[in-house]
Write a protein that binds this ligand. Structure first.
Ligand SMILES: [Zn+2]
Length: 473
């Protein structure tokens, strides 16, 4: 027997013990554990560095040391499709090794996160396609650490209404505390809204913000974090809630818009996933509902599970895919509850916005069909363009306006198509916030307020045009 064999056996034993502890403490399936870890090799690296005596929190946290984001330029749509197929194939076995962050059809590139252990393999996929990757982010973990440091500062915000609140990202409990505080401080103008309970029985909360006039109000509904890793969406809509409450009676246009529209804001729709991004895996996108079986991957893409053109191109049938469309339309409780919430008030809803990140886009239906145009495109487009130009006035940030399919990618079973086609809400949009790839999902906390400011201006611009087009004033 070689001298290295006992060490190898010991290493395997240690890995099994760690795996068992993690399985129990972190509430993950065995397969998810390996996939989260980016495969056994990354897992060994992490644990040999960190030791096995770390706290449960550290044990549960997936690290992204030296994971990079690569920008892959493709000139031809066929190349793009072969790339996607190759990545989907890798993900069948190792979910966490590669992960497409965004696609830019106009300029012809995809941004992809690549783990260190996948780099040579991905390079071998790129070579025959003649793609030379450009490194966009050197080390993802460094950016995650910056965001986490900001969250740990959150103890320092004086109270949920304090001015420091928007300087950092927050856990769900702090967001709920913020909503409660606003409802308490703005009696008669702010009401708590409960959309329902998530798969893991968390409350999906929102806030309804109104003017004091007694006329019939139409509604503007928007939510953030349907994809849990898109923290800037939640943070920006919270900033908007604050602005609407404090500017009523002070700013003419805001006051007028609150006298004709109730604004319903749900900061975090995918509450389970959002908590999971804080405790276990910063890059988690889907829900946390298991897909069955001890070895099954967890989660459904809550923006591919809506009952319009469900399971069509632009979504995946693989439970391990980031774009998994689920077992059936609305098999994930969170989009189902959101759809019921909207459907029940469809006579009143004038504008719906699903706030995502990142890529700086302002999009409308359809995502499922690239050949199908919305009949009211002229006025839908005009409102979006006015929104995007009001947004740009604040910090000069450009948002591209267009239909989902041609602007980002084909996406069937998405929220915006369903709200437009099934709830008959003409002004139904998906907005992708900052940035265009420098930080991607890991936007530093000092950009929360600028992002909130420009989105606020954009939504006011949008609402003003819609109110005019629909003769609401
Ligand atoms: Zn998203």
């Amino acid at each position: 027997m070689s001298a290295t064999v006992p060490y190898l056996i010991r290493a395997i034993q240690l890995n099994i013990i760690t795996l068992e502890i993690k399985f129990v403490l972190c509430n993950v399936s065995i397969v998810e554990f390996f996939k989260d870890s980016g495969g056994l090799m990354d897992f060994k690296t992490v644990n040999s560095k960190k030791g096995l005596s770390k706290s449960a929190a550290t044990m549960c946290e997936v690290r992204f040391d030296h994971h990079q984001v690569w920008r892959l330029h493709w000139n031809d749509f066929n190349v793009y499709e072969s790339l996607n197929a190759a990545f989907e194939n890798v993900k069948q076995n190792y979910e966490n090794l590669v992960d497409i962050w965004t696609v830019n059809q106009e300029l012809g590139y995809s941004d992809v996160r690549v783990s260190p252990s996948a780099m040579s393999f991905v390079t071998s996929i790129l070579k025959p396609l003649q793609i030379v990757p450009i490194v966009q982010v050197e080390n993802i973990q460094t950016l995650i650490d910056v965001q986490e440091d900001s969250s740990s500062l959150s103890n320092e915000w004086d109270n949920a209404g304090g001015s420091n609140f928007h300087k950092s990202y927050h856990r769900l409990s702090e967001i709920n505390e913020f909503l409660d505080e606003k409802v308490k401080n703005f009696k008669g103008r702010a009401q708590k809204v409960l959309v329902g309970y998530s798969y893991e029985k968390r409350e999906i909360n929102g806030i309804r913000i109104s003017g004091t006039t007694k006329n019939r109000k139409r509604e503007i509904i928007f939510h953030g974090a349907i994809h849990s890793r898109e923290w800037i969406g939640a943070a920006s809509v919270l900033y908007i809630a604050d602005q609407l409450l404090s500017l009523y009676g002070k700013d003419d246009l805001v006051t007028k818009l609150l006298n004709i529209y109730d604004w319903i804001i749900i900061p975090v729709l995918n509450v389970d996933g959002y908590e999971y991004t804080h405790t276990n895996n910063r890059m988690w996108r889907k829900t946390r509902q298991p897909n069955g079986g001890l070895f099954g991957c967890i989660g459904t893409d809550p923006n591919r599970n809506w009952d319009y053109e469900w399971s069509k191109p632009g979504a995946s049938s693989s439970p391990c895919s980031e774009a998994y469309y689920g077992k059936a339309p609305f098999s994930a409780i969170e989009p189902k509850l959101m759809s019921e919430f909207i459907y029940n008030r469809r006579e009143d809803v004038e504008i719906y916005i699903d706030v995502h990140a990142f890529s700086q886009l302002w999009m409308y239906p359809y995502g499922a069909r690239c050949d199908k145009k919305v009949p009211e495109e002229k006025k839908i487009l005009k409102a979006a363009q006015d929104g995007a130009s009001a947004l740009k006035k604040i910090h000069g940030t450009n948002f591209k306006v267009g239909g989902i399919c041609k602007t980002i990618y084909q996406a069937s079973g998405n929220s915006v198509d369903w709200v437009y086609a099934r709830a008959n809400v003409t002004y139904s949009y998906a907005i992708e916030l900052r940035d265009t790839g420098r930080y991607g999902f890991l936007l530093p906390p000092d950009q929360i307020i600028p992002s909130g400011e420009e989105l606020f201006s954009g939504l006011i611009g949008l609402a003003e045009t819609v109110a005019t087009q629909e003769k609401r004033w």
